[in-house]
Design a protein around this ligand. Structure first.
Ligand code: NAD
Length: 479
């Protein structure tokens, strides 16, 4: 299966005919190839986008909204095909792709189809000066969207939908590890009648294709989701060109459990927040801190629940934990687990590769619980991004706040307590872009989404995304 680039409304081979293999992580087999697009391919995608911009940016909001709705409906109509593609490409359970990834991709388009019709800007009357100021919010032009492999179509569309809703044209690159649903999105855009050049999808490695997008002098804004190191590199390349940047990066999120919480709900949710999508969600609560008085009970109950999770073929109905995304990623996650002993930590459960019948060459790892003795260890400071969590007891609010904040990341935090004062205190003091109290990953697409510290710069979601993808211009009229 050869996945081609989607440029100016048509599928095409890469100009230099350079292809890379695409793997199915659940079997370890190569099942296709994708272009490793060069600067020349990115230049062609830019040219198509720039050509489409004058007309696309002057379409009415209603026209754009209707087209986005159409794309959303087509994603919903093709849910089964897209979910299968995502499970095959990423290794995630088909049930998860069906329930979460693909519905959310449809919701992203529908949300911004609605949001753009309500998007407004401010006016300021300068009293005494006979002047009125208003803000024109104009599309930027051609923008670049670069996304990771963990939630492929979900995050790809989370960027593309607001960008085109706001009147921009896009050069987008999915992760080279999970290109399949992005390719299918090209077909959907054709079917929906999205004008040629509004969305252009180029495939390839980060260091070639991604780099060419970031370096392109006329691509004026980059919306990037991925690792912190890559984000820092992109910022260095983009800064001298004064590009607008939105960076959604890594996390090492605390999950703080107080004895006064709703215990059963906390336990079920903590299993999910630890191991959903094989722990490969930037929002997973990978550092679990438990109040001393319930620590022993929690440890026992958590291990019991986690031992009930079924690791298996993503296409089996009863699979809870599928395959990790790649051989390299599996090796990286295992290398962290293997340092446990030297860090004074103890593997309480899992930590081993799992052989799945019929899929012996797939990349399976059992969910892993590690008890750490300090928050300063590598296991608690570095993002592992796999089915691995650490647990550790705490005694006081002050102590656990220090643990939670003593990390370079600041993406999300989860707090379990029924004490209202404590909820407010922690919500204010936790250094994180998102705080969940007595829940996890409950998303309302109107809210600002993003991280503090090394988890990123800027916010996506709701009007934040529409603001990012527009240039605010102040117009002052004296009368
Ligand atoms: P990655 O940084 O390796 O790659 C992300 C994307 O950037 C890919 O498309 C890749 O090809 C591209 N890329 C790599 N080098 C590039 C370069 N030099 N120039 C331009 N593009 C380049 O990340 P990943 O391994 O695909 O994803 C996992 C990371 O993403 C984790 O750190 C995770 O926390 C993070 N993530 C963050 C969020 C969030 O919203 N904050 C969401 C999901 C994932």
């Amino acid at each position: 299966m050869k996945l081609q680039n989607f440029i100016n409304g048509a599928f095409c081979d890469p100009i230099q005919k350079d292809w890379i293999d695409n793997y199915n992580p659940s079997t370890g087999a190569v099942y296709g190839s994708i272009p490793n697009s060069s600067q020349a391919d990115v230049a062609a995608a830019y040219k198509a986008a720039a050509g489409a911009f004058p007309s696309w940016s002057s379409t009415t909001v209603e026209e754009r909204s209707q087209l986005l709705s159409k794309i959303s409906n087509l994603i919903t109509a093709k849910l089964a095909i897209l979910a299968k593609a995502e499970a095959k490409d990423n290794g995630k359970p088909l049930s998860l792709a069906t329930a979460i990834d693909i519905p959310r991709a449809a919701a992203n388009f529908q949300f911004f189809a609605n949001a753009i019709t309500q998007f407004s800007s401010e006016a300021h009357e300068s009293l005494g000066k006979n002047a009125i100021n208003f803000t024109l919010r104009q599309p930027i032009g051609v923008v670049g969207c670069i996304s990771p492999w963990n939630l492929p179509l979900y995050l790809f569309t989370w960027k593309i939908a607001p960008a085109i809703a706001a009147g921009n044209c896009v050069v987008a690159k999915p992760s080279e590890v999970t290109p399949l649903t992005a390719y299918l999105l090209g077909e959907i855009c054709q079917e929906a009648g999205l004008p040629n050049g509004v969305l252009n999808i180029v495939h390839g490695l980060g260091k070639t294709t991604g780099q060419a997008i970031v370096e392109h002098p006329q691509i004026k804004a980059i919306s990037f989701t991925g690792g912190t190191q890559t984000g820092a590199h992109i910022a260095r390349v983009a800064a001298p060109m004064f590009k607008k940047l939105s960076l959604e990066l890594g996390g090492k999120n605390p999950n703080i459990i107080f004895a006064d919480c709703d215990y059963e709900k906390m336990l079920d949710t903590t299993v999910r927040s630890s191991f959903a999508n094989q722990g490969q969600i930037c929002l997973c609560g990978s550092r679990i801190f438990v109040e001393q008085s319930i620590y022993t009970k929690f440890k026992k109950d958590f291990i019991q629940k986690v031992s009930e999770l079924k690791v298996g073929n993503p296409f089996s109905e009863n699979t809870n934990v599928g395959a990790l995304v790649s051989k390299e990623h599996l090796a990286k996650v295992k290398s962290y687990i293997n340092t446990s002993e030297e860090q004074g930590a103890r593997v309480l459960f899992g930590g081993k590769e799992v052989s799945v019948k019929g899929c012996e060459n797939g990349y399976y790892l059992s969910p892993t619980i590690i008890e750490v003795s300090t928050n300063d260890c590598v296991l608690n400071q570095e993002e592992i991004f796999g089915p691995v969590v650490t647990i550790m007891p705490f005694s006081t609010e002050k102590e656990v706040l220090q643990y939670a904040n003593n990390v370079k990341y600041g993406l999300s935090a989860t707090l379990w307590t029924n004490n209202l004062n404590r909820s407010m205190l922690f919500s204010k003091q936790l250094q994180a872009g998102i705080v969940w109290v007595n829940t996890w990953l409950l998303r309302d697409l109107r809210t600002p989404f993003g991280g503090m510290k090394e988890s990123g710069v800027g916010r996506e979601g709701g009007n934040e995304a529409l603001r990012f993808f527009t240039e605010p211009k102040n117009v002052c009229i004296q009368y």
